[in-house]
Design a protein around this ligand. Structure first.
Ligand SMILES: Cc1cc2nc3c(=O)[nH]c(=O)nc-3n(C[C@H](O)[C@H](O)[C@H](O)COP(=O)(O)O)c2cc1C
Length: 365
């Protein structure tokens, strides 16, 4: 199973949902970067389970133990490694899933791929829990970027049919981004947030789950970061964002909406402001030819509804090759989206830092 990302920054995620611990190694962090562990902790708490009635009741402290890579609270250039203990596991909930796979989860495909040796407990290495170490690495990257005036913030744009006010593609005030990052239920429109919470609780009441969309904005990133084609910012970001369990769609700027537009509408006209080239609109989502334009980067991730639902579903017994009904036991999120918001920020921060570490493409001799 390969859970690596990055070209200059090598991030590897390890562990299973019910193994002793999960963790991350990060090689290539620039030396001399202070890491505020309290701030990192606050960031991790935004993802941690069991904190609200819209998340799984599995309560985990999610306190990382940083084993190496820091000296006196500052990155020392050596690889950083961090582990988070798994303390609240109930493996018996998963006994049946090796034979009767959950529709929508990875039980069946992992069984075929790993010949039955995969750890099914809690979803094993496929669990959303593996996004906790991603957030450790991403939380450190966010601090390094913030020090350089680069802000990454996401909010819940949609839950089911309920939508929040979208981010202004031309950019949001720093205090708006700060406020949404501090909010326990991160939305811009509180009334929409209340309706979303209601939708999630109703889905849970009906032994079901609901999907949604996370929208993310990156401000303060200069023009000229990234490369064309497969080295482009969209390619690099999409490959990491699709690595987040349950992500089924990623779009930048106007995204799929661009398909309905004319060039005269979609093109972002250029102008000059304060001696700088600016765009008068931002349908591109801040990326042209894979390279940042200096406009805010704006993208959205669609999350499917949580696959583990306690409604009876059709599955099969793999040992008997017969149809079998399945009622999924265990503790699950009725909607993944609220907990995925900081995960999207973490993933984006790692890609941006990795791309900045490419250095300038044009060398001054
Ligand atoms: C933060 C987070 C929490 C998740 N919680 C659950 C959960 O409680 N139950 C579940 O079945 N899936 C959950 N998932 C999704 C599964 O891990 C994912 O759907 C599964 O591994 C199959 O992968 P795929 O959906 O990417 O195909 C969660 C994902 C994330 C990012």
């Amino acid at each position: 199973m390969s859970s690596y990302l990055g070209k200059n920054l090598h991030v590897a995620i390890f562990g299973q949902s019910h193994s002793e611990a999960i963790g991350v190694t990060v090689d290539g962090l620039p030396a001399g970067e202070a890491v505020d562990l309290e701030e990192l902790d606050r960031f991790l708490q935004r993802r941690a389970p069991g904190r609200t009635d819209t998340s799984t009741p599995r309560k985990e402290a999610d306190k990382p133990r940083i084993l190496c890579g820091l000296a006196d609270g500052v990155t020392c250039g050596a690889p950083l490694a961090a582990v988070i203990e798994n303390t609240n596991t109930r493996s018996r909930d998963y006994d049946k899933l090796k034979d009767v796979p959950r529709p929508g989860h990875a039980d069946y495909t992992a069984q075929v791929r790993y010949g039955g040796f995969q750890d099914v407990r809690g979803g094993g290495h496929f669990s959303g829990r593996l996004t906790a170490p991603l957030c450790v690495a991403g939380g450190i990257a966010l601090q390094i970027l913030a020090r350089r005036g680069i802000q990454v913030a996401a909010h819940i744009l949609r839950v089911g049919e309920v939508t929040d006010r979208p981010f202004d593609p031309m950019g949001e005030q720093g205090e708006t981004l700060d406020r949404v990052r501090r909010a326990p239920f991160p939305v811009l429109d509180q009334q929409a947030g209340e309706r979303m919470r209601k939708t999630i609780l109703e889905a849970r009441e009906q032994r079901d789950s609901v999907g949604g969309v996370v929208e993310c904005m990156i401000t303060g990133l200069p023009a000229g970061v990234g490369d064309p084609m497969f080295g482009g910012m969209e390619s690099r970001m999409a490959s990491v964002l699709f690595g987040i369990p349950a992500v089924k769609g990623v779009e930048f700027g106007s995204g799929f909406g661009a398909a309905r537009m004319r060039g005269s509408e979609h093109n972002d006209p250029f102008g000059i402001e304060g001696g700088q080239v600016v765009a008068r609109s931002n349908h591109a989502g801040g990326i042209l030819g894979g390279i940042t334009s200096g406009m805010p980067i704006l993208f959205r991730c669609a999350f499917k509804p949580t696959p583990s639902i306690s409604k009876e579903q059709d599955s099969v017994s793999l040992s008997r090759m017969e149809p079998e009904k399945l009622v999924v036991e265990g503790r699950h999120d009725p909607c993944i989206v609220p907990r995925a918001v900081p995960v999207v920020e973490a993933a984006a921060a790692l890609v941006v830092l990795d791309a900045l570490l490419d250095g300038p493409a044009k060398v001054e001799w």
